[in-house]
Design a protein around this ligand. Structure first.
Ligand code: HEC
Length: 161
């Protein structure tokens, strides 16, 4: 086999580097969905509240946010994360998850919550993103969650006492 051409190797390494930079700058690295199998479910019964979110929902909170959610002591600490699963009532499959996580300095006027949305594709895998602070998606989530500002922007309306 011929020796690989050094210039070619360098060029492809540069290309990989550039692609990675592009991916990072487009926020794709923020595409990792939360994994919440060991989180605490907040709703005693499935949540059928009509809202912007589809019906049949479960909401989970991670360890960092559990105390705040369960004892309603606000604000939530840094690192708190909530996930809402939406379940298709025909197939009982989780077809979308929305999420919010507390990132200090992310958006101080709106509780420093970063909002994410991940949809399940035909292959069963979730894809989606955490929205940038200036994005339409972020504004859309904030526009409504601001109604729960008294609860640090988390509705908790489905949670038990
Ligand atoms: C039109 C209003 C509205 C919009 C827009 C909205 N939400 Fe919500 N959200 C609610 C309401 C009401 C609840 C609680 C009741 C429910 O479960 O539907 C909620 C609950 C949640 C929860 C569970 C934690 C909590 O607040 O109790 C998450 C996570 C969440 N929303 C994420 C999002 C994300 C991400 C977006 C943007 C993509 C978004 N929401 C946009 C109204 C809204």
């Amino acid at each position: 086999m011929a020796r690989p051409n050094r210039a070619l190797v360098l060029a492809s390494a540069t290309l990989v580097g550039l692609t990675l930079t592009l991916v990072v700058s487009q926020g794709m690295m923020g595409a990792e969905r939360p994994h919440y199998a060991d989180w605490t479910r907040l709703n005693p019964q499935k949540n059928f509240i009509r809202s912007a979110h589809p019906e049949a929902k479960d909401v989970y909170v991670n360890a960092a946010g559990a105390d705040a959610a369960l004892t309603r002591s606000f604000p939530f600490p840094a690192g708190s994360e909530l996930v809402k699963e939406s379940i298709d009532t025909d197939t009982l499959e989780v077809f979308v998850i929305t999420a919010m996580r507390k990132v200090p300095g992310f958006d101080p006027d709106n509780g420093d919550w970063e909002y994410g949305m991940f949809e399940r594709g035909d292959d069963g895998a979730f894809s989606g993103m955490w929205a940038d602070v200036g994005s339409e998606m972020h504004q859309m989530c904030v526009s409504c969650h601001t109604n729960a500002a008294a609860n640090d922007f988390v509705f908790l309306s489905y949670a038990g006492d």
